[in-house]
Design a binder for this molecule. Structure first.
Ligand code: URA
Length: 230
């Protein structure tokens, strides 16, 4: 929300008053004087007026988890353990998952309270590649590379998948880079060839790589430099 909007939404200021306060340099955003009413402020920003705190700003939180199989990528579930159950953190209801994985899929999962940031990481428009390590029941042939690069038609959604890059690493294994996240996408793409996916593991999401020191079920906070990469 714009800073002038934030102020005029408070019961004590109207729009004109908000504009004057900002123009007079009486606002601090995260400790810095701010005279631009168009500036975007978020729930993470600390906003002060003449030394009075109008919004304390809550800490932005970013975690990477090595998701084990059998744990659901959801914040609540009636039957299964959820990925949030693996986190020993306060105020877990504030957190959401950036890019879910199926029950049986393992690997990199991002959990955060910063919706704008996680959207940048996951939305197809950002064109950030998500890299999956795949093992299959049947051999993977060169033909797959061309078909995945062209895109596959998914009748249920009535769409063609974005070009995906396949790197064959063994007779039954490959690395697949997707730029979107459709329902069961990897399994359905291999399903086009009647080839069942036996294991699926996400290694990268855009500039973020699963920390090899994290055992399945372990997590850590992202470093500031990792957050800034997205
Ligand atoms: N594609 C799948 O089929 N499953 C996942 O969990 C992620 C991508």
């Amino acid at each position: 929300m714009r800073l002038d909007r934030f102020l005029s939404n408070l019961p004590r200021f109207n729009r004109a008053e908000a504009r004057l306060l900002i123009a007079a340099g009486r606002l601090l955003v995260n400790g810095q004087s701010e005279r631009d009413g168009c500036r975007d402020v978020r729930e993470f920003d600390r906003i002060e007026l003449d030394g009075e705190t109008l919004q304390a700003g809550k800490p932005a939180r970013y975690f990477m988890l090595n998701k084990p199989a059998g744990v659901v990528s959801a914040t609540e579930h009636p039957e299964h353990r959820t990925v949030l159950d693996l986190l020993d953190e306060p105020d877990k209801h504030d957190l959401h998952i950036g890019g879910r994985l199926d029950l049986t899929t393992t690997g990199l999962l991002i959990i955060t309270n910063d919706g704008l940031w996680s959207r940048r990481l996951t939305e197809p428009r950002s064109r950030l590649g998500k890299v999956y390590r795949v093992q299959t029941e049947q051999p993977i042939t060169e033909e797959y590379i061309e078909v995945f690069a062209r895109g596959l038609y998914f009748a249920y959604e009535n769409l063609t998948t974005l070009p995906a890059e396949l790197q064959i690493t063994g007779s039954h294994s490959a690395l697949l880079t997707l730029h979107e996240g459709r329902y069961h996408q990897v399994k359905r793409m291999f399903g086009h060839f009647q080839n069942k996916v036996l294991t699926l593991h996400r290694e990268h999401m855009g500039p973020l790589q699963l920390d090899p020191d994290l055992a399945p079920g372990q997590y850590r906070s992202l470093r500031a430099e990792e957050v800034a990469r997205v």
